[in-house]
Design a protein around this ligand. Structure first.
Ligand SMILES: *Cc1c(COP(=O)(O)O)cnc(C)c1O
Length: 432
């Protein structure tokens, strides 16, 4: 595969944009080599500026559950844009999107629209602190909640990939209000509550972790978080920016039957446009300005184009539940086939899969259930695998610690081709 134009484009970008990218993981630092610049996406496929085609398992990091350039979303955006791109005043479509979200996500009675997942989680903890009149929050090592100061403490995703668990620029004062627990280890949470219970405003958690690779909660883990927060008068925040509308039309909370006080949403909610949200009960959400005293605002919040894209996306996901069954089955088949190929090639691995999310961990461990399990994975092997897959036309997330996203447009052709390329690549790697 030729990447000449991408290499030139990256050189040019690096002169004017830090690292040549507007979000760190895009730079391929974790896997080596230069990033690919894309010009077009259609369904499960991406085309780069050199004209190479790839089957895409990044899906814009989550939003593209219905594939790239989903026609109803594009058409709605085209229609809407003729009326202008922003008013900074209410529109009826914002209410329509809010009503849709509320009808889909069980624990949400009221919702506020913002522009990014980061903004949603930052606002959610401000609300939790304002509501409980407490300062501390509990987060889990390896979970990623965007780049807000409070969350850059042992964060996942890019922060984990690059081994920058505590970013310079985050003040001690802020860091000291974030307590760290271990996912799937309820005792680590209990210990914090026994010590600081009266000061803890909220636990924030990815109900299914995607940002240290996919890690599935053990039975009762989420329920125990619900119980302990209730017991101490703290709030439970599910960060469903990734899992919302991904694991089911009602998110992870509907699958596990555990309902948080506040939910954050993003990614799929805008069909690829910059929009996110946070919501909860009316009693809690009424603490937000202008009804309540907790301030949160946004010039472009509820942007007409983003809202329109979101409505089209959610309407489809709400009304056709067969989509989730279908992509779940396809993803399970893909993960089993890849696992079989690993075994065949003598490469130890664990694959965690739930719905249309999965991660292939190169590890000697028999399961990956914790942060410690995840980081024990062989990143060097992943890099080799990643680059070989890329050259075979399969575009995977460029880090061991990310989820692969499968879309409704990954059909038999795409899955079979992926399985075939994966086998070739693993045989090559295993044979070394
Ligand atoms: C992506 C993500 C975020 C951050 O969203 P941005 O839109 O990138 O700011 C927050 N939480 C989770 C769980 C995410 O996956």
């Amino acid at each position: 595969m030729l990447h000449k134009k991408s290499i030139d484009a990256f050189d040019r970008a690096r002169r004017v944009i830090p690292g040549g990218v507007n979000s760190p993981v895009r730079a391929f630092k974790a896997v080596g080599g230069d990033p690919v610049f894309f010009s077009k996406g259609e369904k499960a496929w991406l085309t780069d500026i050199d004209g190479n085609r790839y089957i895409d398992y990044v899906g814009a990091w989550g939003p593209m559950i219905l594939g790239h350039a989903f026609p109803p979303v594009l058409e709605a955006i085209r229609r809407t844009v003729n009326d202008g791109t922003a008013f900074g005043a209410p529109t009826e479509r914002e209410t329509e999107l809010a009503e849709l979200i509320i009808s889909m996500v069980p624990s949400i009675e009221m919702v506020r629209l913002v522009n990014s997942g980061t903004e949603a989680t930052m606002s959610a903890i401000r609300l939790a602190r304002g509501y409980t009149k407490r300062d501390l929050i509990v987060k889990f090592q390896g979970c990623y909640h965007g780049h807000g100061d409070s969350f850059l403490i042992a964060a996942g995703s890019g922060a984990l990939t690059f081994g920058i668990p505590d970013s310079p620029g985050v003040t001690k004062a802020v860091a000291n209000t974030t307590l760290l627990a271990q996912f799937n280890d309820i005792n680590s949470v209990k210990e914090l509550f026994e010590k600081y219970g009266e000061q803890i405003a909220a636990i924030i958690v990815e109900p299914v972790v995607g940002n240290m690779g996919v890690i599935i909660p053990e039975s009762n883990f989420l329920r125990s978080l619900r119980d302990i927060t209730k017991q101490y008068g703290a709030l439970l925040i599910f960060d469903e920016v990734m899992t919302g509308f991904r694991l089911s039309s009602g998110g992870a909370q509907r699958i596990f039957g555990v309902f948080p006080d506040i939910t954050t949403l993003g990614k799929i909610i805008g069909g690829g446009m910059p929009i996110a949200a946070y919501g909860g009960s009316e009693a809690i959400m009424s603490h937000i300005a202008p009804v309540g005293a907790v301030y949160q605002a946004g010039t472009l919040s509820g942007n007409p184009l983003a809202v329109t894209a979101g409505i089209e996306m959610l309407k489809v996901l709400k009304n056709d539940s067969s989509i989730y069954e279908q992509i779940g089955k396809n993803t399970e088949y893909l993960s089993k086939s890849i696992h079989k190929a690993c075994t065949g090639a003598g490469i130890p691995c664990v694959i965690n899969q739930i719905g249309s999310m999965m991660t292939l961990f190169f590890t000697e461990k028999t399961s990956v259930k914790t942060y410690a399990d995840a980081i024990a994975s062989d990143r060097e092997k992943f890099s080799i695998y990643f680059r070989a897959m890329l050259e075979s036309g399969i575009y995977l997330p460029p880090s061991q610690f990310e989820s692969w996203f499968i879309s409704a447009t990954h059909g038999k052709i795409e899955i079979d081709l992926t399985v075939e390329k994966n086998e070739e690549v693993l045989r090559k790697i295993g044979g070394v």
